[in-house]
Design a protein around this ligand. Structure first.
Ligand code: OOB
Length: 546
């Protein structure tokens, strides 16, 4: 596979200015390698090692490499071309990786949907990216994705192919596509490799273009920080499409390091603990609510978890009290991970003092990750003060896909991404997440954009206005509450939640609670005051507790 070095940027994808690109190459961050080449190289140097374990399947590096080649040839024969977008919605199954490496080799671009997404989200991704194909499992978690694909097909007539891992039903099975490998030109390292999804704070989800160069750099940095090597065994329990289990260092980092990635179909201890024991897992990644469940279950000591050296926790704030329990309960190091699909990832280091590990969310991967903590006017705060986190660097995007207006707000003119996170930097340069300024609910790591849910609620005939806010929750950290001004008599709450489900929203986005009000409190400039709404809730709760 020969990769051209420079190509025309994909329309709608902002790139790094030339002087930065040059700097990142000179510093050795961008190495000029693509994912397709990376896998080929690993298959050459240690082809017989186990790359992936999923259920009864155990694929060596050689096998993964060959499967990707044969599937790439089949996808090409089907008419999938370089730069075509392909919405990939696969759970933690081995085919996930065969599919994405096949697409990488072809230069087609996976759009990473989550297994929890339903017709509203998937139809949007397919339509917005003008996807050539949509790839699903047959069934997972008791849900038939082929039914979903039928709904998506109806909504997006331009979608040419639905490809299924497993029983295809009316669609095409992936296994029917395998063909003799063909010579492919392959993408350039500076090309976009795929799209991640933003947690979002606006009405519609944003797509994040990541290049081979920038993402592989974040893998290399993560592998070094997490000390992965050929003997590492990574357990993937979170949905593999998410940036955290995919690349921090995740499955892709594990493959980069020549280790073994074990895919767990579900995150619960009854599924994950036997896998840790059997496969001698050395590192696993969790969101805080799952970490709490694991800590409870591990205390029962029914499984041998002694191989575990690192437990990563991230995606949402992990409470210091829970963080302190990791080492005594699991006998391993906690690593806090504060990252974002847009780029920047912070890690506590494995040999950091315990105090730093339990009380901070880590520091950036790269010496060239630029961090600014600013006040409301964009001025840098005194070191140690709390402010809004802005960042720029060798693996942080310069803009979302086809989102010019939003990009003007989410990025500063000099290219810093405004994360919407409120942080404080410690004297050691570690970040502590203190809160959030963006209009988003972080439901135990699942991100819900308030405006997206408000727009859906507004489509209900009984709703005059809606405002969605976070409510504190001891387990998930936050849950969602929708404040609704009804047009006349309030409809039953279930009428609204059923309505949202029927519109095809992912279950984690359905409000946990609905409160009816006559009017919304307003801020000085006349905007809905979500702060005052959250206070209303505290008052209502106090009033209802005897
Ligand atoms: C990860 O990525 P996303 O894109 O789902 O969400 C990013 C947002 C951050 O901006 C922040 O608001 C929140 O999730 N977050 C945390 C956190 N990690 C993420 N808030 C507090 N403490 C943490 N440790 O969530 C993600 C991507 C890569 C690695 C890890 C997490």
């Amino acid at each position: 596979m020969t990769a051209p070095l420079e190509t025309v940027p994909l329309p709608g994808c902002p790139t790094w200015p030339e002087e930065f690109a040059r700097r990142y190459r000179r510093a050795g961050y961008w190495c000029g390698e693509t994912f397709g080449q990376l896998l080929r190289e690993r298959a050459r140097s240690h082809g017989e090692r186990t790359a992936l374990v999923a259920g009864a399947q155990r694929w060596s590096y050689r096998e993964l490499d060959e499967r990707a080649d044969r599937l790439a040839a089949g996808l090409q024969a089907l008419g999938i071309k370089p730069r075509d977008r392909v919405v990939v919605q696969l759970p933690n199954i081995a085919e996930f990786f065969e599919v994405i490496f096949a697409l990488f080799r072809l230069g087609a671009l996976p759009v990473f949907a989550l297994p929890a997404h339903r017709s509203a989200e998937i139809s949007y991704f397919c339509a917005f990216t003008e996807a050539a194909a949509y790839i699903i499992p047959d069934k997972h978690g008791g849900f038939d994705y082929r039914t979903l694909a039928e709904q998506v097909r109806e909504r997006v007539p331009g979608l040419r192919h639905v490809l299924v891992a497993g029983e295809a039903g009316p669609f095409t099975s992936l296994s029917s596509l395998y063909a003799e490998p063909v010579e492919l030109q392959g993408p350039s390292p500076s090309d976009v490799a795929f799209f991640q999804l933003s947690g979002g704070s606006t009405g519609i989800p944003k797509l994040i273009p990541r290049t081979h160069d920038d993402y592989i750099y974040s893998l290399r940095g993560s592998v070094e920080i997490c000390q992965l090597d050929g003997s590492s065994v990574y357990l993937c329990v979170l949905p593999a499409a998410h940036n955290f289990p995919l690349s921090s260092p995740g499955v892709l980092g594990t493959l980069y390091a020549g280790g073994t990635a074990v895919l767990s179909p579900y995150p619960s201890p009854d599924v994950a603990f036997p896998l840790i024991e059997k496969e001698r897992v050395t590192i696993a990644a969790l969101v805080p609510p799952l970490a709490m469940i694991w800590l409870e279950a591990a205390a029962a000591r029914r499984h041998d978890l002694s191989s575990l050296r690192v437990l990563q926790v991230g995606g949402a704030k992990f409470s210091e009290e829970a963080a302190r329990r990791v080492r005594p309960t699991l006998g391993c190091t906690l690593q806090q991970v504060f990252g974002m699909a847009e780029g920047l990832v912070n890690y506590t280091r494995l040999d950091d003092p315990e105090e730093l590990i339990v009380s901070t969310q880590g520091r950036p991967i790269s010496p060239d990750d630029e961090i600014r903590v600013v006040d409301e006017d964009g001025r840098e705060v005194t070191p140690g003060e709390t402010g809004l986190l802005l960042t720029r660097g060798p693996y942080t995007i310069r803009g979302y896909y086809k989102a010019e207006t939003h990009n003007a707000r989410a990025f500063t003119p000099d290219g810093f991404y405004s994360t919407g996170d409120v942080v404080r930097a410690t004297p050691e340069g570690y970040l502590v997440v203190e809160g959030r300024e963006k209009d988003q609910i972080n439901r135990g790591g699942d991100k819900v954009a308030a405006e997206e849910i408000e727009n859906h609620l507004l489509a209900h005939p009984a709703v005059h206005d809606a405002a969605v806010v976070a409510i504190p929750d001891p387990f998930l950290g936050e849950r969602t509450c929708a404040f609704v001004i009804p047009r006349e008599a309030p409809p039953p709450t279930t009428a609204l939640t059923t309505f949202l489900r029927e519109r095809g929203l992912a279950a984690f986005k359905i409000p946990d609670r609905v409160e009816f009000v006559d009017a919304f409190p307003k801020t000085g400039v006349g905007k809905v005051s979500k702060k005052a709404l959250r206070e209303t809730l505290t008052r209502r709760n106090t009033a209802s507790t005897p």
